[in-house]
Design a protein around this ligand. Structure first.
Ligand code: HEC
Length: 360
């Protein structure tokens, strides 16, 4: 009898506790507005490119929406997509302060497996006609890259079923997926990839000193940067033959003779053509100041080293581009070119809190 009383007293207090707990949860989630907007600039349309840039090409199958951008931003910084805590998230290798790139030659993925080339930046990638140093993926198929990264053993090393259930059992994600993809949407790795791709397409950078200069602010560049610009676009250096267009890349493949030891066959792995051996896709030079180390192999730590290589006309190499020739630049000219490259840095973009890790 006594035991029964104790038991019923005990279960009453548990019941009371549970009621209070559920009540506090309801209170917590009803107050929890930040989940929807976090700390983003209100009203901002992230699909609008900087002045002078073409419209951001969002694919028909995955159009822009503000909700998708916000969800993608969270997921870009989300560690539950990675198999375990060995590293953080997409942002582990693609850091905003390094132009959504990183500062090491060989990135280590899951299980510390090393990438054999340097990471390529995500900035402005929406406009790219093809991806990766060897251009192995035609089109800016960012959804596909994001999805594959989740289960490739050397990147996130995860299993999409594990990701689906982690997202489904998360206290907030199911609601965010419904708000983004419709009432019946269930969180999944594939939808997560769509959202991440939308966030990534909005990482457009076009407000450097150089951009301000070409929009009419003649004081935006220093005298040295202006001299460097003239050199960059001159037939003497030919820099702008390959680093052309608004992203400073022709997105074609060249061998610039930047090493004596090419062991990576580059574009050849994609086409199998001998004339493509040791060729790599021209990288964009926007924000290049902060994205060292340089070249596919990451062997140059500074822009000075890059300039030294171009100035010597590269090393002799099979398939080296014939326009890469000794330049005979003096110290001042080299410095002017470097200063011009630095005028392509968009500090507002690199520090824009709308692209940084959201606070839950
Ligand atoms: C023949 C085409 C071509 C010309 C001309 C050319 N580049 Fe390049 N540039 C490339 C390619 C291709 C790469 C990547 C090469 C690699 O990884 O092996 C590159 C890489 C670079 C990088 C490193 C970027 C990074 O993120 O790793 C910088 C900086 C650079 N070039 C600046 C210049 C400058 C300055 C000039 C003129 C002096 C110039 N380039 C001339 C094609 C060219």
């Amino acid at each position: 009898m006594r035991r029964k009383m104790i038991r019923s007293g005990y279960s009453f207090s548990i019941l009371l506790f549970e009621i209070l707990f559920v009540f506090s949860l309801v209170l917590f989630y009803s107050c929890e507005k930040p989940a929807a907007t976090s700390n983003l600039s209100e009203e901002k349309d992230f699909s609008v490119p900087p002045k002078g840039f073409p419209p951001i090409p969002f694919p028909k199958e995955n159009p822009y929406s503000r909700a998708k951008f916000e969800l993608g931003r969270r997921l870009f910084y989300e560690k539950l997509l990675v198999r375990d805590s060995s590293f953080k998230s997409c942002s582990h290798c693609l850091k905003q302060e390094y132009n959504f790139d990183n500062n090491i030659p060989n990135t280590l993925g899951y299980n510390r497996i090393a990438e054999f080339r340097t990471t390529m930046t995500l900035t402005n990638v929406a406009y790219y006609p093809r991806l990766f140093w060897d251009g192995r993926l035609e089109g800016a198929q960012i959804e596909r890259v994001a999805y594959r990264s989740m289960f490739l053993p050397y990147i996130f090393g995860n299993d999409t079923n594990v990701i689906n259930s982690r997202l489904t059992n998360h206290p907030i994600y199911p609601k965010l997926f419904r708000e983004t993809f419709g009432e019946n949407a269930k969180p999944s790795a594939w939808l997560a990839a769509q959202a991440i791709a939308t966030f990534v397409r909005c990482l457009v950078s076009g407000n450097s000193a150089y951009d301000r200069y070409i929009r009419g602010d003649s004081n935006a560049l220093t005298a040295s940067q202006k001299r460097g610009m003239v050199l960059f676009f001159s037939e003497r250096t030919n820099c702008s033959v390959c680093h052309s267009g608004f992203l400073f890349s022709d997105f074609k493949f060249h061998n610039t003779g930047n090493t004596l030891h090419y062991f990576d066959l580059g574009r050849f792995y994609v086409t199998g053509r001998y004339e493509d051996r040791y060729k790599f896709m021209t990288p964009s030079l926007r924000n290049v100041e902060v994205s060292a180390p340089y070249m596919h192999h990451g062997m140059f730590k500074t822009l000075e080293e890059v300039l030294e290589s171009y100035n010597r006309g590269g090393f002799p190499s099979i398939n080296k581009d014939s326009i890469v020739k000794p330049l005979n630049l003096n110290e001042q000219e080299k410095q002017d070119l470097i200063n011009f490259l630095k005028s392509l840095t968009d500090w507002n973009f690199l520090r824009n809190p709308d692209f940084s890790e959201p606070k839950w």
